[in-house]
Write a protein that binds this ligand. Structure first.
Ligand SMILES: [Fe+2]
Ligand SMILES: [Fe+2]
Length: 497
């Protein structure tokens, strides 16, 4: 069955659903009645070939004519929103899907709290709202660009398929933001939509907006760490925007979160499977000391201290994405009702306006770390970062359980908030993973133990040999416990053409 058939089947099956009026007949599948707004439809159809041009030039290198077993969003009903089938990536149906409208929804926070949610852009907050949508939109194609070269070294067809799934969904997230820009921001929005295709990750003259999205993702360990940490920043930001008083943004982000969960799953289980392969090889060879790096690397697996250094790097670079801990922009976005806190509407214990509230923020004062009570409104980035760190811990605990089960004495920890930071309270300070303020000399003497060093990166790159045979996996990574959509272990997820 072709991808087209699969999808029109799904559209047929979904049409009875009371939530969903999704149109897959349109060039751009959507549940926003695009056909009824000819001007918007034309603007998006004009942007589409530029998007496809970007995908072909900057998206996954190679494999564009291979059939890939992908999930396509076909609706927004939590029980049946996706359909699996073989698709060639350039034919993926990138659609515009918003979570269902909640009747009577009110703005849950800020100075407009309790007023009906906005269905149109509030004029006074137009510039701020546009900026937030552009910054979010910019991260989506950036990560596809960063991951462009990974297909060739995929450790299995299962992993290759997961990479491409993440890539097409980041493409869909770009569509989601572009829809908002083009529909609600007129000519400015159309220009921003074009600029989103022109900035390029890591490019000197016209880079992506945020630092972490200009870093390289040179290998699969980086990819798994990226999807564990950096896609989780995406989750936190989307969750904060899902609380927005601007209802179309809220509904867009709510649906994007469904897909984001899978990206973090790919990251968490990717690292977990790497750990499992390491522990299994160590046990089999009788290597007890996880710090006996030479003995472990000889087994063709990644030593655990190296994984800790990779985690330190990706955690710290991702934390910079939250921006300055103390931020008047964040205060304004909150008071204006544009961007809430994580889980805002369900938070108990304050008034959701925060005029008089405080929040503890760790700062560097005279070379020492101190915790100060800051006005809660200005400390919203600090709070979202703290929520992120808590959210990371669940996955890290699961990693540690695998190591414990194998009887190996090693435990992953998150580095201190101030470790290796370039933005915010800790920029310019030297803080160890344990949270001690250091001199520049102390930092230089030790940072090679805390962050991936040249030898680490060379070793990782030596492991990046493709394994493209169905059911087979590279030495350094264990097979998954379950296949995608319960497919058997030897399923051919990518039919390499
Ligand atoms: Fe995304
Ligand atoms: Fe993502």
């Amino acid at each position: 069955m072709s991808a087209e058939d699969t999808i029109s089947d799904a559209a047929g099956a979904m049409s009875a659903d009371r939530f969903v009026e999704i149109s897959y007949d349109d060039i751009i599948p959507n549940n926003v009645a695009l056909g009824a707004d000819k001007q918007l439809q034309r603007a998006l159809e004009t942007w589409r070939p530029n998007y496809l041009g970007w995908w072909n030039n900057m998206g996954p290198l190679g494999y564009q004519t291979s059939d890939v077993y992908l999930r396509t969003a076909v609706g927004v009903d939590p029980g049946g929103w996706a359909k699996f089938g073989f698709v060639q990536m350039p034919s993926y149906r990138w659609g515009i899907l918003l979570a269902p409208k909640v009747e009577g929804r009110t703005i849950p926070f800020g100075r407009h709290k309790g007023e009906p949610a906005w269905q149109e852009v509030p004029g006074e907050h137009r510039a701020l709202l546009r900026r937030l949508i552009v910054v979010q939109g910019d991260t989506e194609p950036a990560s596809v660009e960063q991951q462009r070269f990974l297909g060739a070294t995929a450790p299995s067809l299962y992993d290759m398929r997961n990479l491409f799934q993440v890539n097409v969904e980041e493409g869909r997230h770009l569509w989601a933001m572009v829809y908002l820009l083009v529909k609600y921001f007129g000519k400015d929005g159309r220009e921003e939509a074009q600029a989103l295709l022109e900035r390029q990750s890591g490019q000197m003259d016209n880079p992506r907006i945020l630092g972490a999205f200009n870093e390289r993702t040179p290998d699969w360990l980086s990819f798994f760490m990226f999807t564990f940490f950096t896609d989780r920043d995406g989750k936190m930001q989307l969750a904060a925007l899902a609380e927005s008083g601007f209802d179309p943004l809220s509904r867009t982000c709510r649906f994007m979160l469904t897909e984001e969960a899978h990206h973090m799953f790919v990251g968490e289980t990717g690292v977990q499977r790497t750990i499992e392969a390491t522990c299994a090889a160590m046990v089999k060879a009788g290597v007890k000391d996880p710090h006996d790096v030479e003995a472990v690397r000889k087994l063709g697996v990644v030593d655990l201290p190296l994984l800790q250094r990779k985690a330190n790097f990706h955690a710290s670079v991702t934390r910079d994405l939250f921006g300055s801990e103390i931020s008047s922009n964040a205060a304004e976005a909150f008071s204006a009702g544009i961007k809430g806190r994580f889980n805002e509407a369900n938070l108990k214990g304050d008034d959701h306006v925060l005029t008089d509230a405080t929040y503890p923020v760790t700062r560097v004062v005279d070379g020492k770390l101190v915790v100060e009570q800051a006005p809660a409104l200005r400390a919203l980035n600090a709070r979202l970062l703290d929520d992120f760190i808590v959210d990371c811990q669940g996955g890290i605990d699961r990693w540690n359980r695998s190591i414990e089960k194998a009887g190996i004495d090693f435990k992953f920890t998150q580095p201190h908030k101030g470790f290796n930071r370039r933005i915010g309270e800790f920029a310019g300070a030297r803080i160890s993973p344990a949270g001690e303020a250091l001199t520049e000399e102390e930092w230089k003497a030790n940072s090679g133990d805390w962050l991936p060093n040249d030898a680490d990166m060379q070793f990782i790159s030596s492991l990046m040999k493709p394994c493209h045979e169905p059911g087979k996996f590279a030495s350094w990574i264990a097979p998954p416990r379950v296949g995608v959509n319960n497919q058997p272990g030897d399923f051919e997820y990518v039919k390499i053409a």
